[in-house]
Design a protein around this ligand. Sequence first.
Ligand SMILES: [Ca+2]
Length: 96
Amino acid sequence: MRPALVMAGLSLCVSLASQSAFAQTPQAPPTPEQREARFVSADANKDGKLDKAEWTATLPERAAEYADMIWAQIDEDGDGSVTKEQFVAFRMRRGG
Ligand SMILES: [Ca+2]
């Protein structure tokens, strides 16, 4: 293998290693604006509310088993959908 290629490979390894270290660094909690952006992107039919199906579609697979429990906390009044204000307030309480 040519030295230049070895150096390129090494720098790629270092770059990947530092990216993975960065990924493990705890992230700052999202800002209210980021929480609102999550709501807007999850609101598939753009009616200004999230229903459980829209919200569940945003969950990682590992969280699906907790969906009912978490949804009950988000949809505090139990009307089957949440407003942006309810969603952001929930995320602020949860810190995520
Ligand atoms: Ca909606």
